[in-house]
Design a protein around this ligand. Sequence first.
Ligand code: PDD
Length: 285
Amino acid sequence: MERTVYLNGEYLLESQASVSIFDRGFLFADAVYEVTAVLQGKLIDNAGHFRRLERSCRELNLTLPVTYQELTAIQHELIAKNGLQEGGIYLQLTRGNEGDRDFSYSEGVAPTLMLFTQARNLVNNPKVQQGIKVISYDDMRWRRRDIKTTSLLPACMAKHAAHAANADDVWLIEDGYVTEGGSSNAYIVTQEGNIVTRPLSNDILHGITRASLITLADELGVTVEERYFTIDEAYAAKEAFISSATTFVWPVVAIDDKPIGDGKPGHIALALRDIYIRTAQAMAE
Ligand code: PDD
């Protein structure tokens, strides 16, 4: 069945929605995006995603054409029109169409705002019980990974390499240290039971799920160390896991074919996942 999508103020069938070949999102990946999870037809952690969208726009001098209230109204309308119960809403904002290709951009061009829904099995996903396998991979991205841009070619290449190696995803490595996952934040649990994850900087995306998990870990009485960790430390960890709006928390059971801990999903990862889902559902909009 065709989805209804949103494009520049209109709700259209996906086959009817089109963007100019001169749109800067298409020519230069001059665009930012967000993905918000939907559970029971409601938005999860949406205020955090909007704040990060505002920040991405500020950093790139992009005009955000909607307020938080206007955006949530669009998101709710799309959820209703598509009967979405569980999955996500993708949003992309580009610097728009200037009618030609020019690296430098003019001020004041109308941006392109587009949203669509994706049905996904978030709560009962088989990856939760199976865990995922990742491979380490060179982090070839630019130096502003804190901005959520659609320049995702390094992530596409890395994930393709992971699939070719019969793995599910990558953990990206820079100067011997893990930065993050292919489209997620990365964590290990030490033998002492502390969670370790890379501190926020321009090197990683400031995950909205990550921020919630750090607060919840505190409530569980688990210490979180925000510090660099190497891939060797990850091989020797008790547990490993990833977080994102499309996975919440997925346990990592092998890195570069080496089993992590006993090779099964870790207790802390699963406990954090449960508490995240419960809390997020209670606060869903
Ligand atoms: N990706 N790091 C990277 C590089 C990401 O692409 C993502 C999210 C995250 C986790 O952020 P959050 O918890 O706010 O979803 C970390 C989304 C889901 C995507 O690109 O589809």
